[in-house]
Ligand binder design. Sequence first.
Ligand code: BG6
Length: 290
Amino acid sequence: MTEEALPEGIVPIEGPLPGFRVETAAATGVVYLNGAHVAEWTPAGHKPVLWMSGSSDYQPGRAVRGGVPLVFPWFGGGPEGDRVPAHGFARLATWHLISAAVSPKGTATLRFGLDGPQVTDAVADSFTHDYGLEMHVSLGETLLQQLVVVAGDEELAFEEGLHTYFAVGDVRHTHVEGLEGEAYFDKVTGSCATQEGLVTITAETDRIYESASNTRIVDEAWGRTIQIEKVGSAQTVVWNPWVDKSRTMTDFGDDEWPGMLCVETVNSREQSITLAPGQRHLMSQTISIL
Ligand code: BG6
């Protein structure tokens, strides 16, 4: 799609990474071609919903620290913990724009594609399968993201995630509803547990919940509730690095952890997806302010 063909309300940008700025009556936002990465989404009348680190590295081929990085084809270091780059290469690769449209109410929809064989060996030398990815992003009163994975001529096994960084007033006065009674794997302690009551953040938190349920982030400091509805995802990851881990990350400010919380739409480990040749899988999330 050529830049001339972009509808009113969507303009190309070159920095800090190439992509598109959305400015309509319904919302403003930014999406980069690097990783089909939603970097900003602010529905009209609200504060920004997505968090972005002031220390993020905006080099092509490097992960952006904030917004919604895409996880594919492995989560973290993969099922055995030995895969690099962390969280796979989809967030590092340069996607292409398939189409762009703006509805009469101002919802901007951008469709991006990534063809497996075109991903350079520099980022994907250990994953030589044939596959295609599509990312549909609609920025309006809600933020809708649909990740579609299509297998090529052979069976395709993968992990995936929409690794959403939410902006909150103070994570110490924020809780997550919808995971009560769900089993989780605690990556900090390496043990399994069951969630008792609401999820609160009182220390480094890195948990994979076995849950297909919708969740709500209740932010007391800013007095807002964010709803995350999901389809095709069997797990929710909740992550905040807290004090010590923040200091180990060069692209994350030491004092930024109170202002963010990741609630991620995921299929990993035992919930990895295996597609037969030619089959497709859709995982989506819809984020709204209640
Ligand atoms: C989370 C993981 O999804 O992402 C954490 O559960 C990880 O273990 C975090 O630290 C950030 O990952 P990265 O690769 O973007 O630094």
